[in-house]
Write a protein that binds this ligand. Structure first.
Ligand code: AMP
Length: 299
């Protein structure tokens, strides 16, 4: 039985930053999210990879206890190519090849249908809806997206927003989706559609959480060594839902703690390319940074 079902891309990424480049490295929103969630709970991925996807990547995910029954093998793997300039808060996309994701229609394994915690990571909103409709009674559904889907599938995306409990967006996506430069206004528009919480990620500057009546402001971790932020948003989300699934507590207090765990894992992820840094860290490293966040806010 898995604790958290995660649907999203499992990908091969080609990424260039001012600090280096990788070609066809392990990436994808569901990959980062499930790896981050695995520090707290047992995730299961719903995705498709091609026959060109290296076995060693699947082995790595398995070694973290991630369930892969929901991963099909068909056609060619999703590929993303992008780069960052010195402002590493914004990825610039060079190329997206959907591969077998373009026609993927998942049939969820029976035990995934009973899952209580669901993360709809960044992927075609039709696929997010398809997966959500197969899960019987989720206690908490968290969703993410990106500019590609806001531009290309806006209406379907809005249907997903209406069904989610927590909407995660980065600041530029929030402005784009709700056609306003003001993040508070964007969050309030989102809350009117149904989510109980809206979390706006601001890259290295932290994250803002809005509920109907309260808000919370998490700082960014002051990292001196940022090599590649790819997947930090997904690592944030994975650790966030992993913590909620572990504690089975979705109160606002727990949501605030989950945001700090998310920020902690996301900051580690940015220290190296692909999953290279997440592969090295352990639960005590995450706890240590979680506590540092606490002391950063005392005055
Ligand atoms: P982020 O956490 O926002 O940095 O997400 C980066 C990951 O998103 C990369 O590993 C990409 O493989 C993946 N990605 C990029 N474009 C898309 C897309 N259009 N749909 C799904 N996943 C994508």
């Amino acid at each position: 039985m898995v604790d958290v079902v995660i649907v999203g891309s499992v990908a091969l990424d080609t990424v260039k930053t001012p600090f280096g480049k990788v070609d066809d490295a392990l990436g994808g929103a569901a990959t980062f999210a499930s790896f981050a969630a695995s520090f707290f709970a047992k995730p299961g991925i719903v995705a498709v990879v091609g026959s060109d996807f290296p076995q060693q990547h699947l082995q790595l995910l398995k070694s973290r206890g991630i369930d892969l029954k929901g991963v099909c093998v068909e056609g060619l793997t999703f590929r993303w190519e992008g780069y960052y300039e010195y402002d590493m808060n914004e990825a610039k996309t060079i190329k997206t090849e959907l591969g077998s994701f373009a026609s993927f229609r998942p049939q969820l394994p029976e035990d995934y249908r009973e899952a209580e915690y669901v993360f709809l990571a960044n992927i075609d909103p039709e696929l997010q809806l398809n997966v959500l409709n197969q899960i019987k009674k989720p206690k908490l559904t968290v969703m993410d997206t990106m500019n590609y889907w806001i531009q290309n599938k806006r209406e379907k995306l809005m249907e997903v927003v209406k069904k989610a409990d927590v909407l995660l967006l980065n600041d530029s996506e929030a402005r784009q989706l709700f056609s306003t430069p003001n993040l508070v206004r964007a969050a309030n528009e989102a809350l009117k559609l149904g989510p109980k919480y809206v979390i706006i990620k601001k890259g290295e500057h932290g994250a803002l959480m809005f509920s109907g009546s309260t808000h919370f402001n998490a700082p960014g971790y002051p990292l001196e060594n940022v090599r590649d932020p790819t997947g930090s948003g997904d690592s944030f989300a994975g650790a966030f839902i992993g913590y909620i699934a572990k504690t089975k507590d979705a109160s606002e207090r727990s949501i605030r703690k989950a945001i700090i765990y998310g920020s902690s894992v996301a900051s580690f992820n940015a220290e190296d390319f692909s999953l290279d840094r997440l592969k090295q860290i352990t639960a005590p490293d995450i706890e240590g940074r979680y506590r540092e966040f606490g002391s950063m806010r005392e005055f």
